[in-house]
Design a protein around this ligand. Structure first.
Ligand SMILES: *[C@@H]1O[C@H](CO)[C@@H](O)[C@H](O)[C@H]1NC(C)=O
Ligand SMILES: *[C@@H]1O[C@H](CO)[C@@H](O)[C@H](O)[C@H]1NC(C)=O
Ligand SMILES: *[C@@H]1O[C@H](CO)[C@@H](O)[C@H](O)[C@H]1NC(C)=O
Ligand SMILES: *[C@@H]1O[C@H](CO)[C@@H](O)[C@H](O)[C@H]1NC(C)=O
Ligand SMILES: *[C@@H]1O[C@H](CO)[C@@H](O)[C@H](O)[C@H]1NC(C)=O
Ligand SMILES: *[C@@H]1O[C@H](CO)[C@@H](O)[C@H](O)[C@H]1NC(C)=O
Ligand SMILES: *[C@@H]1O[C@H](CO)[C@@H](O)[C@H](O)[C@H]1NC(C)=O
Ligand SMILES: *[C@@H]1O[C@H](CO)[C@@H](O)[C@H](O)[C@H]1NC(C)=O
Ligand SMILES: *[C@@H]1O[C@H](CO)[C@@H](O)[C@H](O)[C@H]1NC(C)=O
Ligand SMILES: *[C@@H]1O[C@H](CO)[C@@H](O)[C@H](O)[C@H]1NC(C)=O
Ligand SMILES: *[C@@H]1O[C@H](CO)[C@@H](O)[C@H](O)[C@H]1NC(C)=O
Ligand SMILES: *[C@@H]1O[C@H](CO)[C@@H](O)[C@H](O)[C@H]1NC(C)=O
Length: 411
C-alpha cells in the first residue's frame, strides 16, 4: 500500500514526465527528456508566471518550438540549466520568426517590460549543423529562404527595461543577440563562443546587433566568434559598450548604414570603451555606403548620419585595421561620382594601443572619407605595425585633430 503510493508520488516529486510545476508565483519547467520538445512547456510557464512571476529553467531543455509569447511584465527568468535549440533545419527555416531587417529570423523573441534574465546557464544555438549544411555560404543571410533560415538564438524585441546577465551563449547559427526596437536593455557578464568544429566556418556570428534601439548597455563580456563583436545598425542611439574582450572578431562596427536609398539611418551618442581585441579584422570601425544613381537602390544611396561616437581605451593585438572609417563600403558605383549621403561627424578615437597584424602593411589607421568627415579627433594613439614605422591614411577630413601625420593620402 505505502509502496504503491510512493510509486505514484515519486514522479510528481521528481518531475518524471516533465511539465510546468507552479508554486506560488514560481513556474519551474521540468524537462520531458528523451529529446522531446520542451518548447510548449516553456511557453506555458511564461504564460502562467507572467505579471510578477519567476520562471525557472534549471535543467537541460530541448526546444523545437518557436518561442514567441505574450509580452512579459515584471518577470524573472532564471536560466541556470541549458536551453538547446534542435538542429532541425526543416522545422526552423519556415517557422523561425522573420524580422525583415537583413532577412534576420529568430528562435526566441523576448518581448515585454521589466524583464530579468539571469542564472549562469547556457543558450545553445546548435549552429554546427547549419554551418555544415551544403552551400550554406551562398545566397543572402538569415531568413532569405524559408528552406534555409539561420535563426538568432535570442532577440530582445519590442521590449523595455530588460537586464540580461551571467549567461553563456554557444553555437549561434547567425547573430548571437539582436536588440530590436527596444529601449533600456543591459547585458552583463555574457560569455559568447561561436566556434565551428568542422572545416566549415561559422557565418554572420556577430556578438550583438543593435537596431532601432536606444539606451542599450553591454558590459563585462567576452566574445569569441568570426564576425562583428558588436554591430551598431541603423538607429542605434545612446549606447554604451565597455569592458569587453573580443577574440577573432571583426571588431566594434558602426554600420553598415545608408544601404537603402529610401531610408534614413542614424547612429548617435555611442561610447565604446576599454576594449581588448585579439586576432581581429578591425578595432573600431565605421562603415557606410556611398551614394547611388538609383532611387530604389539597395546598395547605397541612403541618408542619415553618424554623430557623437567615442571609441576609447582600445588594446589591439594582431588586428588588421585598428582604426577604420570607410565611407564607400560595398558600393558598386564610384563614390566620387556618387558620394555618401551619410554624414560622419564628432568622432573621437582616444588611447589606442598595441600592434596591427600587418595585413595592411604598415598602415594602422585608415580614415577614408570619400565624401568628407568633420570633427574627427584622434588622440593618445600608440599603435605599431610589424612592418616598420606605422603609417596613417587620411582622406577628406575637415576640422579634425590628429596626433599623427597622415603618411599616405589615398586617392
Ligand atoms: C550546391 O551547389 C552545387 C553547385 O552549385 C550544386 O550542384 C548542388 O546541387 C548544391 N547543393 C545543394 C544541397 O543545394
Ligand atoms: C533577403 O532575401 C531576399 C531573397 O533571397 C533577397 O532578395 C534580399 O536581397 C535579402 N535582403 C537582405 C537585406 O539581405
Ligand atoms: C532600466 O531598466 C532597469 C531594469 O533592467 C531598471 O532598473 C531601470 O530603472 C531602468 N531605467 C530607466 C531609466 O527606466
Ligand atoms: C577593462 O575591462 C577588463 C575586462 O576586459 C576588466 O578586467 C577591467 O577591470 C576593465 N578596466 C576598467 C578600468 O574598468
Ligand atoms: C525601400 O525599398 C526597399 C527595396 O526596394 C523596400 O523593400 C522597402 O519596403 C522600401 N521601404 C520603404 C519605407 O519604402
Ligand atoms: C531612424 O530614425 C529617423 C528619425 O527618427 C527616422 O526618420 C528613420 O526612418 C529611422 N530609420 C530606421 C531605419 O528606422
Ligand atoms: C554624446 O553621447 C554621450 C553618450 O555617449 C552623451 O552623454 C553626450 O551628451 C552626447 N553629447 C552630445 C553633444 O550630444
Ligand atoms: C544625443 O544626445 C544629445 C544630448 O543628450 C541629445 O540632445 C540628442 O537628441 C541625442 N541624439 C539622438 C539621436 O538620440
Ligand atoms: C522604384 O520602385 C517603384 C516601385 O516599385 C517603381 O514604380 C519605380 O519605377 C522605381 N524607380 C526606378 C528608378 O527604378
Ligand atoms: C579609400 O576608399 C576608396 C573608395 O572610395 C578606395 O578605392 C580606396 O582603396 C580606399 N583606400 C584605403 C586605404 O582604404
Ligand atoms: C606605447 O606602447 C608600447 C608597447 O606597445 C609601450 O612600451 C609604451 O610605453 C607606450 N607608450 C605610451 C606613451 O603609452
Ligand atoms: C621610423 O621613424 C623614425 C623617426 O621618425 C626614423 O628615424 C626612421 O628612419 C624610420 N624608419 C623607417 C624604417 O622608416
Amino acid at each position: 500500500m505505502t509502496f504503491a503510493w510512493l510509486l505514484l508520488a515519486l514522479p510528481l516529486v521528481y518531475g518524471w514526465g516533465g511539465g510546468v510545476y507552479k508554486q506560488g508565483d514560481t513556474c519551474t519547467v521540468v524537462p520531458l527528456g528523451g529529446g522531446q520538445d520542451d518548447g510548449p512547456n516553456i511557453l506555458s510557464a511564461f504564460s502562467q508566471c507572467n505579471n510578477g512571476g519567476t520562471i525557472v529553467l534549471d535543467k537541460y531543455y530541448v526546444v523545437n518550438t518557436l518561442l514567441v509569447h505574450d509580452p512579459l511584465q515584471d518577470v524573472k527568468i532564471e536560466l541556470s540549466g541549458v536551453l538547446q535549440y534542435t538542429p532541425n533545419i526543416a522545422y526552423w527555416s519556415p517557422n523561425s520568426l522573420y524580422l525583415t531587417y537583413q532577412n534576420a529570423t529568430t528562435y526566441w523573441f523576448l518581448s515585454g517590460n521589466n524583464i530579468h534574465l539571469y542564472g549562469g546557464g547556457t543558450l545553445d544555438g546548435n549552429g554546427q549543423v547549419w554551418w555544415d549544411y551544403p552551400n550554406v555560404t551562398s545566397g543572402t543571410a538569415g531568413g532569405s529562404s524559408t528552406l534555409f533560415a539561420r535563426p538568432i538564438p535570442l532577440t530582445v524585441g519590442n521590449a523595455s527595461n530588460v537586464l540580461i546577465e551571467d549567461l553563456t551563449q554557444i553555437g549561434s547559427p547567425f547573430w548571437n543577440n539582436f536588440v530590436y526596437q527596444s529601449t533600456n536593455v543591459t547585458y552583463r557578464n555574457i560569455n559568447i563562443s561561436t566556434v565551428s568544429y568542422s572545416s566549415n566556418p561559422t557565418i554572420n556570428s556577430d556578438g550583438w546587433d543593435i537596431y532601432r534601439s536606444s539606451y542599450v548597455t553591454i558590459e563585462d563580456s567576452t566574445v569569441n566568434n568570426d564576425d562583428d563583436c558588436v554591430s551598431f545598425k541603423p538607429n542605434a542611439t545612446n549606447i554604451v559598450v565597455r569592458n569587453m574582450n573580443c577574440m577573432a572578431s571583426d571588431g566594434m562596427s558602426v554600420g553598415s548604414l545608408g544601404q537603402y536609398a529610401n531610408e534614413t539611418d542614424i547612429v548617435a551618442n555611442l561610447t565604446v570603451t576599454n576594449i581588448t581585441l585579439t586576432n581581429s579584422q578591425n578595432g573600431a570601425r565605421i562603415k557606410v555606403f556611398g551614394g547611388s544613381p538609383d532611387s530604389n537602390s539597395t546598395a547605397g544611396g541612403g541618408n542619415g548620419y553618424v554623430k557623437n561616437v567615442t571609441f576609447s581605451d582600445f588594446y589591439v593585438q594582431h588586428v588588421d585595421y585598428p582604426i577604420v572609417i570607410d565611407q564607400c563600403y560595398a558600393t558598386p558605383v564610384s563614390c566620387v561620382d556618387y558620394p555618401s549621403k551619410i554624414a560622419v561627424s564628432d568622432i573621437y578615437f582616444t588611447n589606442f594601443n598595441g600592434m596591427s597584424s600587418g595585413a595592411e602593411g604598415s598602415m594602422v589607421v585608415d580614415l577614408n572619407c570619400t565624401s568628407g568627415c568633420t570633427d574627427i579627433v584622434v588622440s593618445q594613439t600608440n599603435l605599431t605595425s610589424p612592418y616598420g614605422n606605422a603609417t596613417y591614411v587620411c582622406n577628406n577630413l575637415s576640422n579634425s585633430q590628429l596626433d599623427f601625420n597622415c603618411t599616405t593620402p589615398s586617392s
